[in-house]
Design a protein around this ligand. Structure first.
Ligand SMILES: Cc1cc2nc3c(=O)[nH]c(=O)nc-3n(C[C@H](O)[C@H](O)[C@H](O)COP(=O)(O)OP(=O)(O)OC[C@H]3O[C@@H](n4cnc5c(N)ncnc54)[C@H](O)[C@@H]3O)c2cc1C
Length: 455
């Protein structure tokens, strides 16, 4: 049996033994068949089963619940949506963009509400997010983020050096921003808790059952067929492995490390007293949290995209990226310079061509989907699950009118263009920060790349 504890620090620290549930044993008939037991698939099952307990729902998972990004992520349950509000407003109008943002803000609370109601102890703590500005150009970006927030009334606070440093005392803090709209969670405790919650509600979960193809009205698996008028794809980064879907999302890896628990005097000095999640205004995304047992869990992008959208366990670990994460940690917090890292891991997230997450249903085929969250799926998957439940039950609600519903992202280019494009973007972002540090001026190639992406 695979060692699922090796998947991430989070999967290693849940208190169930991760024994897989039985695989599908024969052909079955259900009302809704869902591929993927990550947050998207399980939230969808959860809200469907809650709304209509008579519905026959099957979730089919190739490994075990939480095996994908849902059991590996940074644990920011945030109101971030993977497309800026400005670009959403340009595409769909201001009201629609603001409605989506408000729905995301409410989703952060909804995850906390359901976790409490279902007895899922996932270390949920809504302490907000602090994003530091650690150079003059980063300070400028903090001001731009604040200006955008003011324009759309999003509630971001602009912090001076003292206020930012009081929340997170890293090196070179010149200022930053703070939003209350984020909860720190233990990702795998949420995923495993959801798996138990849906099964309590009568959902059938089949593990170690790879789905080979999604057909109108059926899933074809390695162990039999699941017939269902509604089929939901909830496979995020792994989508690229499915027939005809190779160009739907680009699987891009995010990697993380966790330190051993830090003593009280470290936290007295560093802060994160409210368990704020944190980042800074560099281009190449970094993200961190103070865990419930007082570790620093810290991650970032920078791993390459692999030709042909390949996904392999070997890609979860990249010595160069781990070393860079260690370097950045020590730069932010010199006291961590020689502190052992006790775990390092990573996983694929899903990037659609236009960076726009979407949920939807094609009523002519019964085919529904949710995904393309880039690195902002922890809360967004909950909104996806509630929205998919409404769509499947043919309810016209505020959620089904949000602008990401039935949005169709264009497909990625065929290879080798996809490999060139995605890696050029990663290269632009990772090269931009050292250039800014050296010159003290905003990186032109990062600005150009952002313009090309339209966000
Ligand atoms: C290292 C890392 C850090 C991140 N940090 C954050 C963060 O802090 N905040 C945030 O908001 N987002 C973060 N994300 C993104 C977030 O984790 C994801 O967007 C979210 O978990 C997606 O959930 P999902 O259910 O759609 O996909 P997944 O969790 O990837 O689940 C998909 C499931 O489908 C299964 N599957 C795939 N193909 C098949 C098949 N053919 N047959 C059967 N089963 C299949 C997989 O095994 C998997 O279990 C991070 C991602 C990573 C990798």
């Amino acid at each position: 049996m695979a060692d699922y504890r090796a998947v991430s620090h989070w999967m290693a620290t849940v208190d169930d033994d991760l024994t897989p549930l039985p695989a599908l044993g024969s052909d079955i008939d259900v009302d809704v068949a869902i591929v993927g037991a990550g947050y998207t698939g399980m939230w969808t099952a959860y809200y469907l089963a809650s709304a209509d307990p008579g519905l026959r729902i099957a979730v089919v998972e190739q490994e075990i619940a939480g095996f994908g990004a849902s059991g590996r992520n940074g644990g920011w349950c945030s109101a971030l949506f993977p497309r800026s509000i400005g670009s959403l407003a340009a595409a769909h109008g201001r009201d629609a963009a603001v409605a989506l943002h408000r729905a995301m803000q409410a989703t952060v609370d909804e995850v906390g509400r359901v976790s409490a109601a279902e007895g899922i102890d996932c270390d949920y703590r809504k302490g907000g997010t602090v994003v530091l500005a650690r150079s003059a150009v980063q300070l400028e970006r903090a001001r731009e983020a604040y200006a955008e927030s003011e324009e759309f009334d999003l509630g971001l606070q602009l912090l001076g050096a003292d206020e930012a440093g009081a929340r997170l005392n890293a090196t070179n803090v010149l200022g930053g921003t703070y939003t209350p709209d984020c909860a720190r969670i233990h990702p795998a405790k949420l995923a495993r808790g959801l798996s138990a919650a849906i099964r309590r509600r009568g959902v059938a979960l089949y593990e170690q059952t790879p789905v080979l193809d999604l057909l109108p009205g059926a899933l074809l698996t390695a162990h039999g067929r699941v017939k269902a008028p509604i089929v939901v794809r909830a496979t995020e980064g792994y989508t690229a492995r499915l027939p005809r879907m190779r160009r739907t999302v680009a699987p891009v890896y995010s990697l993380m490390v966790a330190t051993e628990p830090q003593p009280a005097d470290f936290w007295d000095e560093v802060g994160l007293a409210q368990r704020e999640t944190f980042s800074d205004y560099r281009h190449l995304i970094i993200y961190g949290q103070r865990t419930a047992d007082d570790r620093l869990a810290f991650g970032g992008r920078g791993a390459p995209y692999h030709f042909g959208s390949k996904i392999k366990p070997a890609f979860d670990r990249d010595a160069r990226v781990f070393a860079e994460l260690r370097r950045v940690l020590a730069e932010l917090f010199p006291r961590l310079g020689d502190v052992p890292v006790t775990a390092s891991w990573g996983g694929p997230l899903g990037i659609p061509r236009d960076w726009s997450a979407s949920v939807g249903i094609d009523r002519s085929t019964g085919f529904a989907w949710g995904g393309g969250y880039v690195g902002d799926g922890v809360a967004t998957t909950n909104l996806a699950g509630r929205t998919l439940a409404d769509l499947i039950l043919e309810r016209d609600t505020d959620l089904t009118r949000l602008p990401w519903v039935n949005h169709r992202s264009p497909r990625w280019e065929p290879e080798p263009l996809r490999w060139l494009g995605v890696n050029a973007g990663l290269w632009a972002m990772s090269g931009a920060d050292p250039v800014e540090t050296r010159t003290g001026r905003p990186s032109r190639r990062a600005a150009l790349f952002n313009r090309l992406l339209g966000h």
